[in-house]
Design a protein around this ligand. Structure first.
Ligand SMILES: Nc1ncnc2c1ncn2[C@@H]1O[C@H](COP(=O)(O)OP(=O)(O)O)[C@@H](O)[C@H]1O
Ligand SMILES: [Mg+2]
Length: 280
């Protein structure tokens, strides 16, 4: 299996602003990767370079082996911009038809039907964009990005403008895409839904990757909390593996044990620590 997106030493300068300072990032075939970071971190810049919309100052980006920006690379990716707007008078079906033309997809009506079904808009094929909720438009946006069967999907903040219900729907859709083996790079300055679905995440701050790994790897152990007749105390640095021994020791010492809890930093806490509270 080849790498769907490979980014090496990527640098982008806008005048004196250094938006990316040498970023390495990869998305393997079928992988769902989250690129997290506060506003201004450089997430959109990275995705725009991958999509061929912005030229890198240095470094390289390849889409399924083709140089980003080349015709071959563009044919292999689907892109949903951060603040997209489809013409309000278009129906869902017409939006997809337009993008089939732009992407030179020969999928025709069967492809459109299949994509609308995938994003749970099968019943809304003839509904105009103006009459759709934000969540429906976002799902249509994902369907649009999937026109032409891309190898990788680049989604810039696909859930930021949505309410919790809309976010959940997009999250379920992402899970569905992963099940189908579609590679996805997802930008977000939010966390909850990403933590639940991403195979890997990278945290971007000031144009640099400051942490990367699986959500599990980035969720650090913080100790074990033991509740006994003497009160509740936290054994710092202890992990899940220490829990049975800690309970046994407390019992052997004559304590009544009422509870034991393994404490971990969630990805969100790790993220907040990494970005130093910069969450705007
Ligand atoms: N077209 C542009 N011209 C000048 N500066 C830009 C441009 N696009 C982005 N920037 C700057 O680059 C940095 C990264 O922006 P961006 O990639 O949009 O970050 P993010 O998507 O993480 O919010 C910010 O400081 C932003 O102001
Ligand atoms: Mg952005």
């Amino acid at each position: 299996m080849s790498t769907a997106l490979a980014v090496h030493g990527l640098v982008k300068r806008y005048g004196t602003v250094e938006a990316l300072k040498g970023v390495d990032l990869s998305v393997e075939e079928g992988e769902l990767v989250g690129l997290l970071g506060p506003n201004g971190a450089g997430k959109s810049t990275l995705v725009k370079i991958a999509a061929g919309l912005v030229r890198a100052s240095a470094g390289s980006a390849e889409v399924a082996g083709a140089r980003a920006g080349s015709r071959a690379a563009r044919a292999r990716l689907g892109y949903l911009a951060e603040l997209f707007r489809f013409p309000g008078w278009y129906t869902a079906d017409e939006v997809l038809m337009l993008h089939q033309r732009l992407a030179r997809s020969t999928g025709g009506a069967p492809e459109r039907r299949r994509l609308l079904e995938l994003v749970a808009l099968a019943d809304a094929a003839d509904r105009r964009v103006d009459g759709m909720s934000k969540g429906m438009q976002q799902r249509l946006g994902v369907a649009q990005a999937l026109v032409g069967e891309p190898r990788i999907l680049l989604l810039d903040e696909p859930t930021s403008a949505l309410d919790p219900v809309g976010r959940r729907t997009v999250r379920l859709l992402l899970e569905e895409l992963r099940e189908r083996g579609v590679s996805v790079l997802l930008n977000s300055h939010l966390l909850s839904e990403i933590e639940l679905v991403c195979d890997r995440v990278a945290i971007l701050l000031g144009g640099e990757v400051v942490a990367a790994g699986t959500p599990h790897e980035l969720s650090r152990p913080r100790g074990v909390e033991l509740e006994t007749d003497e009160g509740t105390k936290t054994i710092q640095g202890a992990t899940r593996e220490d829990a049975p021994r800690l309970v046994a020791e407390a019992v052997a010492a004559g304590r009544q044990v009422y509870g034991v809890r393994v404490l971990t930093s969630t990805l969100e806490e790790t993220y907040l620590e990494a970005v130093g509270g910069e969450t705007s």
